[in-house]
Ligand binder design. Structure first.
Ligand code: HEC
Length: 155
């Protein structure tokens, strides 16, 4: 049976290569607004995941989960601006281009299913404008008001 091993290898390798090529780490085509997915992944690791966790699950105490939820903000008036004004986004030491890159990546990575139809990715200019008015102590109230407008009033 040893003689079959090379054949199995020859069959498996192209399959594995195909899986890599089709990986959701993907790139521009399946992540419009993400100019550099590798940079976004790295920036998320360095600047965001300490609070939001690598899988976007957050915690039950102070950091809200983003996986399966974060894009719901884009369905309510004011929600799109909110995502650019929360302190973790607005005040991070990344320039507008890298910030819009990682915010768009976050939306695709953790909540693609809830993106509104025709979603337009954030541009560096939009993020640059929003981050000029970061939310401070009022943010919990603003967030609660947005969540209350979501279908069923839950996130
Ligand atoms: C120090 C902890 C911390 C860091 C670092 C952080 N966040 Fe947050 N993030 C929060 C908290 C807490 C909230 C809830 C709103 C608030 O109180 O600021 C939040 C809210 C958000 C939201 C809105 C979703 C919601 O449920 O409120 C987005 C989007 C977001 N963060 C993305 C990011 C990104 C992208 C980064 C990295 C560039 C980042 N955050 C860094 C703690 C953090």
């Amino acid at each position: 049976m040893k003689r079959q091993l090379p054949l199995i290898g020859a069959l498996l390798l192209p399959v594995m290569a195909g899986a890599v090529a089709a990986s959701p780490a993907g790139g521009k085509a399946d992540m419009p607004g993400v100019i550099d997915p590798a940079q976004a992944r790295l920036d998320y690791m360095l600047k965001c995941q300490g609070c939001h966790r690598p899988d976007g699950s957050g915690d039950a105490v102070s950091n809200p989960p983003m996986n399966g939820k974060v894009a719901k903000f884009l369905h309510v008036p004011g929600g799109r601006a909110f995502l650019g004004r929360v302190p973790g986004v607005a005040t991070v030491d990344l320039d507008d281009t890298r910030l819009s890159n990682v915010v768009n990546w976050t939306l695709y990575r953790f909540d693609r299913a809830n993106l509104p139809p025709g979603f337009k990715p954030y541009t560096p200019a939009e993020i640059g404008r929003l981050r000029q008015s970061p939310l401070r102590t009022e943010r919990a109230g603003v967030r609660a008001a947005l969540v209350a407008q979501m279908p069923g009033g839950v996130l």
